[in-house]
Design a protein around this ligand. Sequence first.
Ligand code: BG6
Length: 517
Amino acid sequence: MTDSLGVADANPLRQSLPRTRVPEPCAVVLFGVTGDLTHRKLVPALYHLALGGNLPSECAIVGFARRDWTDEQLRSELEKSLSKGAGPDFAEAWPEFANRIAFVSGTFDDPAGYARLKERLDQLDATYGTRGNRLYYLAVSPEYFSTIIDHLGKAGLVYPSQQDSPWSRVVIEKPFGHDLASARALNRDISQVLDESQVYRIDHYLGKETVQNILALRFGNAIFEPIWNRRHVASVQITVAEELGMAGGRGGYYDTSGALRDMVQNHLMQLLCLVAMEPPVDLSADAVRNERVKVLDALPKWTAEDVDKYVVRGQYTAGSIQGKDVPGYLEEKGVKPDSRTETYVALRVTLDNWRWAGVPFYLRTAKRLPKRASEIAIQFRQPPTQMFEVEADEADGANLLILRIQPNEGASLAFQAKVPGSRRRLQEVRMDFRYGTAFATPPPEAYERLLLDVMLGDPTLYTRTDAVESAWRFCTTILDAWNREGAPPPVPYPAGTWGPDSAEKLVEGDGVTWRRV
Ligand code: BG6
């Protein structure tokens, strides 16, 4: 048996998702088709979905951009980037995939381009049987989100929301606003044209297998939930560490964003939600999203002084990572020489709810740390009395559950065990679960899962308006405090170190140190 691409089912390239429900026929329109995200993530994800038999055979991919390209030119550009990391089947699978790719030239603010797009989509419905279903992916700079959605509406390219079939859905990449006011304004613009059920705000962290596994671990087992609360948990550390600096010419974008907007408002907040949320009634989109937003609503309402006390921002200076010298942030291309943009954020936050009141959650993310590693560490309380011999510096390593988001995806439970011999001495040992060995396959790419979900009409792993606004409410308080007259500037830290010393001070009052992940 072969799939839509004529590729045998037993495909050796098993990084794709296992074959599940195949979506209805549809056209996927990529705004920003010439951009980096399309080449690095979106088209490879669509290709792997097709290869794994997860795309309907009646599926067209339409690129929309300003250039005066033909279908053939877009195909050859995409072939160049896809072929780099492709498996041995590429030569066989590509022609069939390429055949589905079309290009429409237009600028985002020109109605004529949308008229051409409509005409082309109608043709594709006739030739490829895409049945009028439309997925629009806005992989563009955020200033175009409202314009594109407005034009889609005016050109009749989106359908009334009540209509189930054919359907039209719009995926919006981050950043979704740059503060609470702009996020609200964007939500207002979108709601003029689309119903919430048609809007898919993507946060690729939610598509990571290891992130989804947080729910599986918590609610698919009965052993964790009874101790997942303030009585038994001493603290939680969430780290998203990156080795990268401003690679790929990102300095210009990043300098207007910074770590808080780029990572905390979205990815770290989502991790916090999944760790701290209450059990949903079921796994339906509304049930899960309702519980996620309640966590964000329980974040404290800080004053500017609270921000100074509980948040540390840093900026990397020149240093060395794994033996290689790297420039400081202010020397990076596209960065203003006097920039105060933060490349490091650490914060200590508590949640005002019954489950978590008083438990510190430490969140930390940065560029140019010694290595790339993301994890969530749940530190359970120590025994109330200690009858064994435990070295003081060893006590904290145990009673600890570590969820490794990436790399070395998996989880470890660290606990104390008796060292063999006549003494009553304890030593920390670990039980370890690794995706690679347990499932004999690396986790699939987040974008594959997320694209498939939009086609299936499942918004569970997407962010709803209320969650976006709630996360921005919290982050905007921090931004306002940083931007006020006399606010302390970011603290320098050398690239290749674990961040500024002041971050240690943030946690030492709780008798805690940051983990060297
Ligand atoms: C993106 C940020 O959303 O996430 C980047 O804009 C960051 O700055 C990236 O590098 C990290 O994603 P991942 O999947 O590599 O952890």
